[in-house]
Write a protein that binds this ligand. Structure first.
Ligand SMILES: Cc1cc2nc3c(=O)[nH]c(=O)nc-3n(C[C@H](O)[C@H](O)[C@H](O)COP(=O)(O)O)c2cc1C
Length: 207
């Protein structure tokens, strides 16, 4: 018995639930709207999601398998990221239903598509923040041995940003007031951001 539980993922975790997602968590949610090849609408959450670059701002998410969102972006190169918040949690969850490509998850989840300013894909009106994005790269993820996996990383440049005025306090974006939700582990765990989660720490000077 050592002081750490150890496993090699390739040989299985040996636990009731894979802890990987719970450890790398809570994760922000990429709530992604896209347009289908036939002009319909699509909306789905992706928690393998984050921001990766400042200039230009780049965000990315990974599709585990070739899902509708990936296919739509491959086709027309555009998507919109929408902030998932506590009041929108149930709608976000409803939008993940494995519906056929032609089903509009905006309708399914009771959400309102509203036109973007730059891209042809609508944003979620009810969401307080949206990023209009142009796809910059789609990368088929590989294992360390160079084998293709079933994962695709979709990267996009943020070309337009919408922020609800109430989340700009004296011009500063109010993360603590946004009620942003984050995905935890297990089948159903989420976290909500609020003022109680905030602490401040400045980077050290050297030496
Ligand atoms: C909170 C949440 C996070 C999710 N994250 C991912 C993810 O990172 N990658 C993925 O492939 N699927 C993820 N899913 C599942 C997709 O949302 C689901 O497969 C959806 O039906 C895909 O829709 P699409 O085919 O319209 O793109 C997630 C679901 C939920 C509820």
């Amino acid at each position: 018995m050592t002081d750490r539980y150890f496993y090699q993922p390739a040989q299985g975790h040996g636990l009731p639930h894979d802890p990987f997602n719970a450890i790398v968590g809570p994760r922000p949610i990429g709530w992604i709207s896209t347009r289908t090849e036939r002009g319909g609408l699509n909306l789905a959450p992706y928690s393998f999601f984050n921001a990766f670059n400042y200039t230009p701002p780049l965000i990315g998410f990974s599709s585990q398998g070739r899902k509708d969102t990936l296919r739509n972006i491959e086709h027309n190169g555009e998507f919109v990221w929408n902030l998932a918040t506590r009041p929108l949690a149930e709608a976000m969850n409803a939008s993940c239903a494995p519906a056929p490509p032609d089903v509009d998850e905006f309708q399914l989840a009771g959400l309102t598509p509203t036109p973007s300013r730059i891209v042809s894909v609508p944003r979620v009106l009810e969401s307080p923040v949206s990023f209009e994005c142009r796809c910059s790269q789609i990368i088929r993820l590989q294992s360390a041995a160079g084998e293709d996996t079933n994962g695709w990383l979709v990267m996009g440049e943020v070309v337009g940003v919408h922020i609800a005025h109430e989340l700009l306090r004296d011009g500063i974006y109010d993360t603590a007031g946004s009620q942003t939700i984050l995905r935890g582990g297990g089948p159903a765990d989420y976290f909500e951001i609020g003022p109680d989660n905030l602490f401040r720490m400045r980077r050290p000077d050297y030496p």
